[in-house]
Design a protein around this ligand. Sequence first.
Ligand SMILES: NC(=O)c1ccc[n+]([C@@H]2O[C@H](COP(=O)([O-])OP(=O)(O)OC[C@H]3O[C@@H](n4cnc5c(N)ncnc54)[C@H](O)[C@@H]3O)[C@@H](O)[C@H]2O)c1
Ligand SMILES: [Zn+2]
Length: 371
Amino acid sequence: MLTRVDVALGPRAYPVLVGSHCLEQIGTTLRANGLTHTNAFVLTNPVVAPLYFPKLEHSLTEVGFQRVVRHEIPATEEGKNWEQFSATCAALLEHFPDAGTAPLVILLGGGVVGDLGGFAAAVYRRGVPFVQVPTTLLAAVDSSVGGKVAVNFGGVKNIMGAFSQPRLVLCDLATLNTLSPREIRSGTAEIIKYGAVCCGDLFEELEAGALEKLLELEPQTLVSVVSRCVQLKASVVERDEFDKLGIRNVLNFGHTIGHALELSAHYELTHGEAISVGMVAATRIARHLGLCDASFQSRLEALLNRAQLPLAYHGHPELFEPMLKALQLDKKFRNGKNLFVLPKTPGNWEQVEDIPWPLVHETIRELISVK
Ligand SMILES: NC(=O)c1ccc[n+]([C@@H]2O[C@H](COP(=O)([O-])OP(=O)(O)OC[C@H]3O[C@@H](n4cnc5c(N)ncnc54)[C@H](O)[C@@H]3O)[C@@H](O)[C@H]2O)c1
Ligand SMILES: [Zn+2]
């Protein structure tokens, strides 16, 4: 059985289908959703391919796909670069040079495969249809939905990219069983983010024990929380698809300092771990400004602790300058003014412009200091 969440974007609307062991029937699902292609270009990586590509390929062939081409990119964030993007475009051109045989692009993997492959699909022949098949918790609850596709470039995260919505997202939660515990914890960081700033009820459910059930990949909790998060993301994206109105900024809670840390630490931390530290930083700033109280801060930090996510990255004072440099490139900062998404109470947030730099500096120093 599939749980369906619709992303209502008019002509670009699509369903997100969440289930368990549904990869085996992906061919039928594509057909049922009007995707009648007979060629597929599957982007994946060397970790995910041996685990899930054969099932995918089998299901596609069963419904009449004639050519299924597989292309792999490296299995790390460092692979999310221009060279791999270019190699992916070259593979598309090599295998599908004729406009008449343009393939359905299928992105089988985590956020790295989804972001890079979505960007390649967005620009190849000015856009070919693509489908996201997220295989990490983080990609299931966040990156596979919403149409932001990108690669890192020139030392800046996601700086080359586009808005391009998938035709369908098929999330097979059974694929999460092969994820490392570290990657599962990392995915819970984005889930805690949704609870902290988008949905107080979710925050309370996590506190009441849903977090541990998620970490154990308990099937019912997983399907209910993943589809809730997708619904929360869909409702934000529906109101601000192209990130023009400031509404979509809510999803960046923890990402301002988090991205700077992720990049400066050369991806020693996973995306979710960096975002965890970033949420702690934003919450400390919010407390200084009187936006949230001590109880919110300790509740958030307690949840992150229970997920064994880091609250700081102590022992790395040398990252201060690189982090400041990375911060200058934040897309929310304009004309030298910073802009932070800050939490208030569970499910409520505010964006604040022009926070005194000494406060930002002090917060960063504290989190990377030698203890
Ligand atoms: N586009 C968006 O809106 C958006 C939102 C959030 C994050 N992101 C991006 O997503 C990326 C992070 O995504 P991620 O956390 O999925 O990382 P990832 O894609 O690097 O995957 C993490 C690791 O898990 C492995 N893996 C994937 N699925 C597996 C499975 N089922 N079994 C075993 N191993 C598996 C991968 O090979 C990789 O080594 C970042 O680049 C971030 O910027 C994008
Ligand atoms: Zn994120």
